[in-house]
Design a protein around this ligand. Structure first.
Ligand code: CP3
Length: 390
């Protein structure tokens, strides 16, 4: 499907942004940078806004979700916003009983660790998400309207000659990471319930993964249709799996989830100016997981443009493992944000240096911003990335 002409990619507002160019393997004037969990508790303006509102209620209140998404873009002048939401929001929207407990994460009223539980869950039609998605569509619309009305962040001291507007990244949880919470009924260290179900009852496991893939795929599609210019699939806990289990029991469902955005394309003017000969490009997709050093190639093979790398593997090693020609995103160890500036600065420079081994690099952390992070340090890292890569 061709995205409507007013979509930021179709309108040419974000299609040549540093971020979108990097995701298709092209380098720009400077290396683009954003941070996983850039919106959230590290920002005092976020903590102020959230007082008295539960996490999932904040996600489903469009004005609040939009404002929280924009806060780090304004403050840090990052090259992308990431939609403020959560991987369990689509579950909540179709009626699954889930809440997010501060300091803990998603907690369900029960676990779905056997065939009976899976049958109950999968009796819910994932297509119901589309009828319940109005708060998502409205929040994304508000974010994109403001991003389009504001000049892009630019490179701070290194120049602000970025054309168009700042892109918004939409995201969703990969089926395995969602299943890891669903099977257990909440957060766990090793995701044992999910890994047991996978082998004990492969049929029930497949049903759970298929259902989750459709639900999370629809969530991602909704965000792109509403105006997001890229999509990131978080398989945060895939690092708990062997390569064989990932390939057999998980990758097919992740491929299915991405099928909900792979058909979304935008037209680019043909170099010859022949209107009838317009070429199309699809929406860029990023795939990220934690502790997935052994899985990087397989995570690329599910059909993504860019691979997000956590902090355990240097980017040049990741580039070797994945193979030539794949843009990388990452991978500063978040722990370094609390280190003295000279230590942090040299680590940032090293990440940029190693990122040169990929055709293009989007600077990020190797996982999310820790809540205790001093936000002025994040702003300084953005400036350093822009200056050092110029
Ligand atoms: O800025 C951003 O990156 C966008 C927002 C975002 C959130 N969750 C907001 C959030 C994103 C991309 C997510 C995805 C998410 N949620 C993942 C995948 C990314 C990752 O970190 O690996 C996972 C595993 C979850 C599940 C989840 N939700 C966890 C583990 C937690 C943390 C619990 C805690 O309190 O420490 C949440 C809650 C959550 N999601 C918060 C935020 C800002 C904190 C809630 C709060 O501020 O009260």
């Amino acid at each position: 499907m061709i995205l409507p002409p007013q979509h930021p990619l179709s309108a040419g507002l974000t299609s040549d942004s540093r971020l979108v160019r990097a995701y298709r393997g092209e380098r720009s004037d400077v290396t683009p940078v954003w941070f996983m969990r850039q919106a959230g508790r590290s920002l005092p303006e976020y903590r102020d806004l959230r007082v008295g509102t539960r996490m999932l209620d904040a996600c489903l209140e469009p004005a609040m979700a939009a404002e929280i998404t924009l806060q780090p873009v304004r403050r840090h002048r990052v090259d992308a916003g990431i939609f403020f939401s959560d991987i369990v929001v689509p579950l909540k929207l179709v009626g699954v009983d889930v809440e997010i407990q501060p300091g803990r994460g998603p907690v369900f009223s029960r676990g779905y660790a056997d065939a009976a539980g899976v049958a109950e869950l999968t009796a819910i039609d994932p297509a119901r998400l589309d009828e319940a998605s109005a708060p998502i569509t409205e929040a994304v619309g508000r974010v994109v309207a403001e991003l389009n009305a504001t000049p892009p962040s630019g490179g701070g001291a290194a120049g602000s000659n970025e054309p168009g507007s700042t892109p918004l990244i939409g995201f969703a949880g990969a089926p395995f990471t969602l299943a890891a919470y669903l099977a257990e009924g909440g957060p766990s260290k090793d995701h044992l319930a999910a890994r047991t179900l996978m082998h004990a009852d492969p049929g029930a496991w497949r049903a759970l993964m298929d259902w989750t893939a459709e639900l999370t795929g629809r969530f991602l599609r909704t965000q792109v249709l509403a105006g997001a210019s890229a999509a990131q699939l978080f398989d945060s806990w895939a690092g708990a799996l062997s390569l064989a289990d990932y390939e057999t029991h998980v990758a097919p469902a992740s491929t299915k989830a991405l099928g909900f955005v792979h058909d979304l394309a935008y037209e680019i003017p043909d170099a010859t100016g022949d209107a009838a000969a317009r070429a199309t490009r699809s929406v860029p997709v990023v795939h990220f997981g934690v502790g997935t050093g052994e899985l990087l190639g397989a995570m690329h093979d599910i059909g993504v443009d860019t691979v997000g790398v956590d902090y355990r593997i240097p980017l040049d090693v990741a580039a070797q493992r994945i193979g030539d020609g794949v843009p990388l995103q990452g991978n500063l160890d978040p722990a370094l944000l609390a280190a003295p500036w000279p230590v942090l600065e040299s680590a940032v420079r090293e990440v940029l240096e190693r990122g040169q081994s990929a055709p293009a690099h989007v600077f990020n952390l190797g996982h999310g911003v820790p809540p205790e992070t001093d936000p002025t340090v994040l702003t300084r890292v953005v400036q350093l990335v822009h200056e050092a890569s110029a």
